[in-house]
Each structure stands twice: as structure tokens, then as C-alpha cells.
Design a protein around this ligand. Structure first.
Ligand code: ADP
Length: 222
């Protein structure tokens, strides 16, 4: 039987962000090429990658010579060097790399990367700041994931007010337009619970909906 080909990853820029992406991929047993212009970084990452090379990735020829076209998924984590990050992204897209994910330094950088059709633009400081603010302002939200267009998935604990009530009793879908995807009780996850299921105080609810509806649910139902 034919084995599916293993995915090949490359990380460009071995600062705090790219370095941690590289180490994690390596620790998970994936093949990862580590790239940095700084030779000290390359030496440091030799043990945390399959292969580490020192090149200036704004030089398209150097990128080609490093065999970058064999990689399916490349992360560009060239922090403060916005110009280098943009040029590198442009080259990777031109070389036809399937997935190019880029760390943005600021909103201007992010806009340019979007225009270059980077497949994913991450802005970790900004995203983390938002997460922290959410956690600071709501003592009910345990965690949340922002989806597209103001939709999110949040984790909340069921309160006393909800104890012994079924999803039908609570009328959550029609009242709030949100959906309980799953709940967790004593380490046991119940995926897509049926409407007759009764909730207990302390159940961890995983709820999806529009952010406005979720806020209303938090304020009124909990
Ligand atoms: P972080 O904010 O994640 O710590 P840094 O700005 O410290 O990011 O790290 C960015 C890394 O990118 C540095 O190790 C730097 O040497 C590398 N880098 C900068 N310019 C280039 C380039 N043109 N080609 C390859 N690597 C580069």
C-alpha cells in the first residue's frame, strides 16, 4: 500500500515566534527546514530541526537553491524586518509554495501580506492582547476562539440557574440563536448532545454563535 508522502515544513526566521514553531514541529516528529540569515541562530537550531541553513530569504535564488520549492508549508517569521518579510512572502508565492503563513508585525504589514495573498496572516501580540482583554472582562468565559465575521466558540461553565434543565427547557437555540456543540462533565466529553439532555451546574459548555448573541447568553442565561 502506498504511504502518503510526509508533509515538508520550513520555518524562516528563528526568533522567539519562528523558533517556537520550529521546535514544536520538530518535537512532533515532522520534517522541518530551519532558515535564518544569522549563522548563530542556524547553529542553535541544528538540533531542533531536520536541517538548518543560513540564507537571506529576500534573495530568490538563494531560496531556490535551498530547495524551498519542495516544501508544502512555509512559515515566515521575520519579525521586525518588515521589508524582508514582504519580499520573502512575495518570492514564496511566486515560486508556487502551496501554503505560506506569515507573522505580521503591525496592521500595515498585515494589509500588505493580505494583498500578496499570504494564506494565513497571524498577529500574535495583537491576538493575545484581545484574548487577555476578554478573559479580564468576563469571569464566565474560560476560553474562546474567534471564527470568521464575528462568530466565536466559547467555553463557559453551566451555572446553578441551569442545573437540571434540558437544552429544550433552556430554549437556547431559539432564544439566543446559539448552539451548544458539546459539554464536558467530569472529564467525559459529550459531543452534540441531544435536546433532552439535562445540564448540571459546573458542566463545561462549548458554545458557538455570533459574538453579540454569546454575550447576551452570558449576561442573561448564566
Ligand atoms: P521575534 O519577534 O519572533 O522574536 P525576531 O525579529 O527576533 O522575531 O526574529 C526574526 C528572525 O528573522 C531573526 O533571527 C533574523 O535573523 C531573521 N531574519 C531577518 N531577516 C532575514 C532575512 N532576510 N532572511 C532570513 N532570516 C532573516
Amino acid at each position: 500500500e502506498k504511504q502518503p508522502r510526509k508533509k515538508q515544513f520550513a520555518v524562516i526566521g528563528l526568533g522567539r515566534f519562528g523558533g517556537s514553531v520550529c521546535k514544536e514541529l520538530h518535537a512532533q516528529g515532522h520534517e522541518v527546514l530551519a532558515i535564518d540569515i544569522d549563522e548563530d541562530k542556524v547553529r542553535e537550531y541544528a538540533e531542533f530541526s531536520t536541517h538548518a541553513v543560513s540564507i537571506d530569504t529576500t534573495d530568490e535564488k538563494a531560496l531556490k537553491n535551498a530547495g524551498i520549492r519542495n516544501f508544502d508549508h512555509v512559515v515566515v517569521a521575520i519579525g521586525d524586518h518588515i521589508q524582508a518579510s514582504i519580499l520573502t512572502t512575495l518570492s514564496l508565492k511566486e515560486l508556487g509554495i502551496e501554503k505560506v503563513w506569515v507573522k505580521a508585525q503591525n496592521t500595515y504589514h498585515q494589509k500588505v501580506l493580505d494583498k500578496l495573498e499570504a494564506d494565513l496572516v497571524v498577529h500574535p501580540e495583537y491576538d493575545m492582547g484581545k484574548r487577555i482583554a476578554h478573559k479580564m472582562t468576563s469571569d464566565k468565559v474560560i476560553d474562546f476562539i474567534e471564527l470568521e465575521d464575528d462568530y466565536s466558540i466559547v467555553e463557559l461553565y453551566a451555572t446553578k440557574k441551569m442545573h437540571g434543565k434540558s437544552l429544550i427547557d433552556l430554549n437556547i437555540r431559539s432564544e439566543y440563536g446559539i448552539t451548544i456543540l458539546a459539554f464536558k462533565r467530569e472529564k467525559k466529553m459529550n459531543i452534540s448532545p441531544n435536546a433532552q439532555e439535562e445540564l448540571h451546574e459546573g458542566d463545561l459548555l462549548i458554545v458557538m454563535g455570533h459574538t453579540k448573541d454569546l454575550e447576551r447568553f452570558e449576561n442573561e442565561a448564566l
